[in-house]
Write a protein that binds this ligand. Structure first.
Ligand SMILES: CC(C)(COP(=O)(O)OP(=O)(O)OC[C@H]1O[C@@H](n2cnc3c(N)ncnc32)[C@H](O)[C@@H]1OP(=O)(O)O)[C@@H](O)C(=O)NCCC(=O)NCCS
Length: 183
């Protein structure tokens, strides 16, 4: 899959590059972003910023994960990240994921980024259904999902291990179908 940029009013979505190492470092040391990241296999550390960027840039070529920086279109400031991941061109599905830089939170960035990425996934990729999964204990992400039009479909019981390695937590499954009304 060829990396693309998306111009969307006050936001610009663009692929990550090696030059974004400072933004990657801020994100990877933010306790809230780290708290909700996908768990690593036992004994495997989270990658540092350089390795994380290399992987993120490489995802495009694999064709199953489009990951964008969410940028202020005027200032160029990095506001966050939005991903269309687990792209399945047979079933026409994918999953939306996001996080926002600490200083950019509370201004609608995640909601808009999810909407922009969804429009692109339905249009450019021709997908039919997008899912969005978050921990039940992350009410901010639940609100973003609802504001972006992703209906709550249910609770996935004990779907993800706790970060301390002890026990599991429930997750919400939200989804948006291409024919759903977008708020
Ligand atoms: C959760 C997160 C993505 C929200 O991003 P954001 O850009 O601040 O969200 P928005 O400004 O678009 O907010 C949308 C709605 O969610 C609400 N919201 C945002 N953060 C919230 C929080 N921590 N608790 C409760 N509600 C919250 C907002 O008030 C707003 O609701 P409203 O429309 O009723 O006013 C951001 O705080 C973040 O990156 N957190 C750390 C990583 C993370 O949780 N990623 C998601 C993993 S699934």
């Amino acid at each position: 899959m060829e990396p693309v940029e998306i111009a969307a009013g006050k936001y610009q979505l663009r692929p990550w590059t090696e030059r974004d190492v400072d933004a990657a470092r801020v994100a990877l040391t933010d306790p809230e972003i780290m708290r909700w990241r996908a768990p690593r296999p036992p004994g495997e550390q989270h990658p540092g910023p350089e390795e994380w960027l290399t992987r993120r840039i490489g995802f495009w070529a694999e064709g199953i994960h489009a990951c964008f920086i969410v940028m202020d279109a005027v200032s160029g400031e990095v506001l966050g990240d939005v991903s269309v991941q687990h792209i399945d061109r047979t079933c026409h599905t994918a999953e939306i994921g996001y996080w926002v830089m600490p200083k950019a939170r509370g201004a609608g960035v995640a909601t808009e980024a999810a909407k922009i990425a969804s429009r692109w996934a339905f249009g450019a990729l021709g997908l039919h259904r997008l899912t969005l999964v978050h921990a039940v204990g992350n009410p901010g992400s639940c609100r973003v999902a609802q504001r972006a039009g992703f209906a709550l479909e249910g609770v996935m019981r004990e779907a993800s291990p706790n970060r301390d390695g002890i026990g599991y937590h429930d997750e919400h499954l939200h989804a948006l179908i291409v024919t759903d009304p977008v708020p």
